[in-house]
Design a protein around this ligand. Sequence first.
Ligand code: OXD
Ligand code: MN
Length: 595
Amino acid sequence: MPALTKNEKLNNWIKETAEMCRPDDIYLCNGTKEEYNLMIEKLKASGSAIPLKKRPNSYLFRSDPSDVARIEDHTFISTSSKDEAGPTNNWIDPVELKNTMKNLYKGCMKGRTMYVIPFSMGPVGSPISKIGVEITDSPYVVISMHVMTRVSSRVIELLNAGEDFIPCLHSIGAPLDKGQTDVQWPCAPIEKKYISHFPEENLIWSYGSGYGGNALLGKKCLGLRIASAIARREGWMAEHMVILRLTNPEGKQYHIAAAFPSACGKTNLAMMLPSVKGWKCECIGDDIAWMKIGADGRLYAINPESGFFGVATGTSYDTNPMAMDTLKENVIFTNCALTDDGDVWWEGINDDVPSHLIDWKGQDWTPESKGDAAHPNARFTAPASQCPVICKDWENPNGVPIDIFIFGGRRSSVVPLVYEAFSWDHGVFLGATAASETTFANIGEVGSLRRDPFAMKPFCSYNMGDYFQHWLNMGDRLGSKAPRIFYVNWFRKNHDGRFLWPGFSDNSRALKWMCERIDGKVGAKKSAIGLLPVDRGLDLNGIGLSPKNMEELMEVDLKEWKAEIPDIEKHFAVFGNRLPERLKKQLKELAERLG
Ligand code: OXD
Ligand code: MN
């Protein structure tokens, strides 16, 4: 086999992988438009890509019903000891897991092409960026990686010059016999799906799924799981956060990084059009932030991705007009419904429910049909550069200086709209105890409360007790230059089950309050749980909410909060002696404040 690159480690890995997976041929990707079109032609010919008449260069894909979301039960962190992976991860001994997976990988690419995708997470050459190489047998993954990461000949040049990379091996696990016709969405049965990470050796092995975070290995696997372990070793942060720039009427800029569990409106927040007069919001990233301390001692963030892999369901001109405008062309849609005139449709896109659709399973659908037309986790994959409010600095290799961290979750009760942490340690406590009611972005029970520290529970690839300590350590290093920390809940409901807060563009009111807090322009009142806006501190001009509504929204019910304590204790107990003393102290102080 001729060497594909001048990077010996890469050539050896390609050779070994080909010997194990036995593809019919091997293709080194360069990220060009021609290459994208070549993949699309292949995907059209196999019936996987459905061209959309209404959106130029856009295609609809339908996945296998067993392959519709991230699969946390089949996601593994394989470290030398179980304790290193910690209580929040599924652990299998690396030798055992590699043996199991090598058996699965044996001959798994027969009848298919093995694509080698060199990509950069972050602007090529940024001191915060990292290079990965994904090997995959899925042309859908190739086009998605073109959008979500930077695939280019410049990355190949860096590799040729000897730059190191993170190997990311992926197979859909569906070899083709000679003459066998392919299915629309080839993948392995659920019991054979493995999304495996070996953080001690910076290695990813994924098998059996072609969907999103299971298959586009730059995103959750490298961007968060492997990166979180590297970040801890190297003293930086890899977080599940949107990054946005807010500019006040005087032109002062604030940079905010916010962590919310999946499907809590992160993409909506990242592209928000503020309702507060004179304020501007620009998007830098909608899912992942990599942050390093700069020469001036502040924390600088980049978005390591170059596209949005957003939940389509519920996205509309009301909820996220900027996302809608991003989706006009060059988009990969997955598991949306198809209209008779060749466009995509999903629940919540508008008020017009068509009288006939083809649903995400490829079946005829009418409003009388039983199930949803689009899958609740239907997705769009779109270039970030197409977003009308993308910040001009979104690809700045130096990143943007973060002023504010926000944590939050989806809570229909208990948690008020917005409050500020008393201190860095208290803010870390808020992140470490963040909880949300579950949705469809991950497979599991919908609607139950799960503690999702820093929205990183599915993505932190080492013992989360140590991860909390890493946050405390970063705060110690940042000192007075540390971002201020806030907690929000856009989802509180009244006793009739109606949302108390309009959300979306009105969330800018909470963000404005945070900016004015850091500028010392507005006061705050101390409560048992943190610092709350004082009367009229929150700009409610023109929002039309009654004082009673606002009271309910901001209420801190000591009884309800006391009831949270045993749950937090239970949540913390899982980390045993890895739980930092400083967080135990925060819990004790909260209990004391609650009385
Ligand atoms: C995502 C997720 O897809 O967090 O971003 O599940
Ligand atoms: Mn996410």
